[in-house]
Write a protein that binds this ligand. Structure first.
Ligand code: P1T
Length: 381
């Protein structure tokens, strides 16, 4: 099989058969002419299938080492499709540290419809095992988690899930397939917010999922079409263009983040750094085992709590104060007040997300500039 970077540039992206276009065209069409009733050339209607989207779906499947990919209008739309595999009374075990929007989907949309959830520390295998019941149909993990960068042993948790007949879902948004391929560790479904590293340029909202099992593809493709949370051709194309440079971008994010994390770990105004690549991180061994890099995400606590943290995020100039992550530009935010504000404060604090936690998405700018930006902001805070 060709290497990762080769597949990122070529998988699903043969020159266009009709015109020879080297880049997959944006098939901006809602419908496709049929040669006779029921006789078509592979496409009927763009909710069901569209050639630009199909190219993206093939490419992400190849990068995750899976058989089938599906693309959605957002990470949340992809997550919602996965959850529609379940029925009322089905139980899901989810990590307690996860993107606020995922928590909101589970607690505020799906629980009222009769699904049930347990939230556990995914880094504690015994806690995961205790939470599994006869009704558990799904285990949902992020690794690393958002925003505390805790790791889940994907191989071990997949085994626990499968022993109960539950599906193992991994949100691989933070690592991207360049650094971590959950299907190879036993996961059944890999989901991404393609808005992040896959797209990579903060110019599109999208989601993808990848599976190996044909029965899962069949049901999820049915849901994609029946419920309709699909991306338009232009958005699919933007993610596909982003994928071409995923490998080189991830290497730069990783290189910069290691240096930024080391700088923060030594800084007198920083109380604590959350980053799996620091030598002091207790999960470094697991990181080395299941990831081939550490990615571009770092969280840290500023000494003195919320107020100095707020001043820090408001004073950086290169790090833009904004939600989201995974783009070429560096971003900074306060999860408690921004990306994770839909989690009740008490729950958030109980899971270890301090009000003054700062989250960085380290971009691919010159790292010396990033460090001096943080240094100045911390000094002023
Ligand atoms: O924003 P959307 O493309 O719908 O993806 C949702 C989502 C899913 N999974 C993870 C791990 C995520 O981080 C996100 C979105 N996260 C942010 C916007 C954020 O700033 O954390």
């Amino acid at each position: 099989m060709p290497g990762f970077s080769t597949r990122a540039v070529h998988a699903g992206q043969e020159p266009d058969r009709a015109s020879g276009a080297v880049v997959v065209p944006i098939y901006q069409t809602s419908t496709f002419a049929q040669d006779a009733v029921g006789k078509h050339r592979g496409y009927e209607y763009s909710r069901t299938g569209n050639p630009t989207r199909a190219a993206l779906e093939q490419c992400i499947a190849s990068l995750e080492g899976g058989a089938h990919g599906l693309a959605f209008a957002s990470g949340m739309a992809a997550e919602a499709a996965i959850m529609q595999l379940l029925k009322p009374n089905d139980h899901t075990v989810a990590v307690d540290d996860l993107y606020g929007g995922t928590y909101r989907l589970f607690r505020q949309v799906l629980e009222p419809m009769g699904l049930s959830f347990s939230f556990v520390d995914g880094s504690d295998l015994e806690a995961v095992e205790r939470a599994l019941t006869e009704r558990t149909r799904m285990v949902w993990v992020e690794s690393p988690t958002n925003p505390l960068l805790k790791l889940v042993d994907i191989e071990a948790v997949s085994k626990l899930a499968h022993a109960k007949g539950a599906l193992m879902v991994v949100d691989n948004t933070f690592m991207s397939p360049y650094f971590q391929r959950p299907l190879s560790l036993g996961a059944d479904i890999v989901v991404h917010s393609a808005t992040k590293y896959l797209g990579g340029h903060s110019d599109v909202i999208g989601g993808t999922l990848v599976v190996n099992r044909d029965d899962l593809l069949e049901r999820l493709a049915f849901l994609q079409n029946a419920v309709g949370g699909i991306p338009g051709p232009l958005d699919a194309w933007l993610v596909l263009r982003g994928l071409k440079t995923l490998a080189i971008r991830m290497r730069e994010h990783d290189r910069n983040a290691r240096l930024v994390a080391e700088f923060l770990a030594e800084h007198p105004k920083v109380a604590r750094v959350f980053y799996p690549g620091l030598p002091s991180n207790p999960q470094r061994e697991l990181a080395r085992r299941q990831m081939s890099g550490f990615g571009g995400m770092i969280s840290f606590e500023v000494k003195g709590g919320l107020e100095p943290a707020r001043r820090t995020v408001e004073r950086t100039q290169l790090f833009t104060l904004a939600e989201s992550l995974g783009g070429v530009e560096s971003l900074i935010e306060l999860p408690a007040a921004m990306t994770h504000s839909s989690i009740p404060a008490e729950t958030r604090r109980a899971h270890g997300v301090a009000d003054g936690l700062v989250r960085l998405s380290v971009g691919i700018e010159d790292v010396a500039d990033l460090i001096s930006d943080l240094d100045r902001a911390l000094a002023e805070a």
